[in-house]
Design a protein around this ligand. Structure first.
Ligand code: SF4
Ligand code: ZN
Ligand code: ZN
Length: 301
């Protein structure tokens, strides 16, 4: 029986049973608490962009931020989606996303790799010998989201990263000895105070992936459950399976990874504080090197 109302439980949270209604309440309250705990939305943050794909995380995020926006009239949301050009995948998630935004009267902007860079991701994957699909996809998507959010004069970019994603990123950087990248993680990303970089916030930071999945199914959101065809071959997928195995054997592993990381994050940020970035010589976007990673990928097509 549910801990609060004695209805039929749908999940156990920290060993306590919760019914559908109480779980939805718990989830939405936790999003608000996360925003407050990490001070993700300041009083002066009026125009916010939300990076969306149409998957479970971004739809849950968009729904919850829209709920806040409807209460707080001064918060304007613009959803930004990137169409990477992944056949039989992105077209499906974008279809559900368009419907969701229309039903909820949320502004949606879609930008495509093809139009912005001249190639779809599928085409770039076939051309390149050097880069892995997820590496191309992630670099180009981050670049475009930042550029477009800045051009639209939006203050922050909210992303649907959950606790599982963060735990994976922490371990991936550890395994690859890339602590400079670790310094850019956290509930509010970025180590630079540079207006050319739009600050990224993660309101689902403390939410487990299984909690997001359950929330989406209980709310009966219409989302495409198809996985990206490139996801299986990714490094992240191996780390994901590894952490999931550990979590099964040792409950609380994911929380421990993120909690211990948050304790040392201020020290890492201090040590890896970047000097001022330059502008990429080719595209003029901000970059830590002469030529940014996006231009390097496009050149090595
Ligand atoms: Fe892009 Fe890789 Fe994610 Fe597919 S799995 S959308 S290729 S980052
Ligand atoms: Zn209940
Ligand atoms: Zn560039």
């Amino acid at each position: 029986m549910c801990k609060f109302c004695k209805n039929k439980p749908v999940i156990f949270i920290s060993g306590e049973p919760l019914c559908k209604r109480c779980f939805i309440h718990y989830f939405e309250k936790k999003v608000l608490k996360t925003i407050r705990k990490f001070d993700l939305l300041k009083k002066t943050d009026f125009d916010i962009s939300v990076a969306v794909s149409g998957g479970k995380d971004s739809i849950s995020l968009l729904y919850n931020l829209n709920k806040i926006a409807l209460r707080k009239r001064k918060l304007n949301l613009t959803a930004i989606a990137i169409d990477e050009g992944i056949k039989n995948y992105r077209n499906l998630t974008l279809k559900t996303l368009k419907k969701f935004c229309k039903d909820n009267k949320i502004k949606l902007k879609i930008y495509s790799f093809k139009k912005e860079f001249g190639y779809t991701l599928d085409e770039l994957v076939k051309k390149t010998k050097i880069y892995k699909p997820c590496s191309i996809c992630g670099t180009l998507r981050r670049y475009l989201l930042n550029k477009k959010a800045r051009e639209l004069k939006l203050k922050k970019l909210a992303t649907g990263h959950n606790l599982d994603d963060e735990a994976q990123s922490i371990l991936i950087n550890q395994f690859k000895n890339d602590i400079a990248r670790t310094a850019r993680l956290g509930p509010e990303t970025g180590i630079l105070d540079d207006s050319r970089f739009i600050k990224r916030i993660k309101p689902l930071y403390l939410m487990l992936e299984k909690e997001v999945s359950l929330y989406v199914s209980l709310k009966e959101f219409d989302i495409s459950c198809k996985a990206c065809p490139y996801s299986k071959e990714s490094y992240r997928n191996s780390v994901k399976n590894f952490i999931n195995d550990f979590e099964k054997k040792y409950l609380g592993t994911k929380y421990s990874i993120v909690k211990s990381f948050l304790e040392i994050l201020p020290l890492i940020k201090k040590d890896y504080k970047q000097s001022k970035t330059k502008n990429c010589k080719k595209c003029k976007e901000p970059s830590s090197e002469e030529i940014c990673n996006t231009c390097k990928i496009l050149k090595n097509e």
